[in-house]
Design a protein around this ligand. Structure first.
Ligand code: COA
Length: 196
């Protein structure tokens, strides 16, 4: 269970997070879930019908109610269709972040802006110590966003995730994370004489 309530309303100068609503299904299917370029490196298969996006939105409400995951719309404060989605999952002290933008919203700095804001918000939460994300090794844009948002690259996860729009085989990924209070963990609080 996620140790925080949904960050609905979290805003930057241009963007804000809001709950998904049924009316988002059409625009999201047209520019995101049904778009092969957006879905290329995602862990879900590109939607072939709007009904799949409608079901995703319905499932998001239940996952949020259970505090299992928060799938939120990235809203452009200028209005219009969702600019993209952010997904937060995990529990305990570590939270995973997933994100994507509809193709018309690429290349404007939105990715860096919203991911930096969400990671900062999470790390400021007293129960969250680690925010992590991964991307396919071929997804240079995602890696650049996570680095630009202040996350650090931690390593390579060989054969870590299936990206079904590319291949049925698990693919090698890059791991990124931001942590709070690095170096201040219990082990560094042990007396200098403590062995082990
Ligand atoms: C990844 C994604 C969110 C990037 O968003 P964006 O708003 O276009 O990125 P930004 O404009 O904020 O750019 C941030 C950095 O990424 C770099 N970048 C953006 N697109 C890039 C690309 N195609 N290749 C390499 N670098 C790229 C920018 O140059 C910038 O780098 P800098 O900080 O060194 O200047 C967007 O491409 C996307 O939605 N892709 C499809 C979904 C996806 O793959 N999500 C991630 C799944 S792990």
């Amino acid at each position: 269970m996620l140790p925080f309530t949904s960050p609905i309303g979290l805003a930057t100068s241009r963007l804000a997070l809001r709950a998904l609503v049924p009316a988002d299904a059409g625009p999201l299917f047209a520019t995101y879930t049904g778009d092969a370029e957006v879905a290329r490196y995602m862990p879900w298969r590109r939607h072939e019908a709007q009904a799949q996006t409608e079901r995703m939105i319905g499932a998001a409400a239940q996952l949020a109610a259970d505090r299992s995951a928060y799938l939120l719309a990235i809203a452009d404060t200028a209005g219009g269709a969702p600019a993209g989605l952010v997904n937060l999952a995990g529990g305990d002290h570590g939270v995973s972040i997933g994100f994507g933008l509809a193709r018309p919203s690429w290349g404007r700095g939105y990715g860096r802006e919203i991911v930096a804001a969400v990671v900062g918000w999470l790390i400021d939460h007293p129960s969250v110590w680690r925010v992590w994300g991964y991307c396919d090794t071929a997804n240079a844009a995602s890696a650049a966003v996570m680095l630009a948002a202040g996350m650090q690259e931690e390593g390579t996860l060989r054969r870590f995730a299936v990206h079904p729009n590319l291949s049925p085989e698990p693919r090698t990924c890059r791991l990124f994370a931001a942590v709070r209070g690095e170096g201040a963990g219990p082990e560094t609080d042990l007396p200098a004489t403590a062995g082990g």
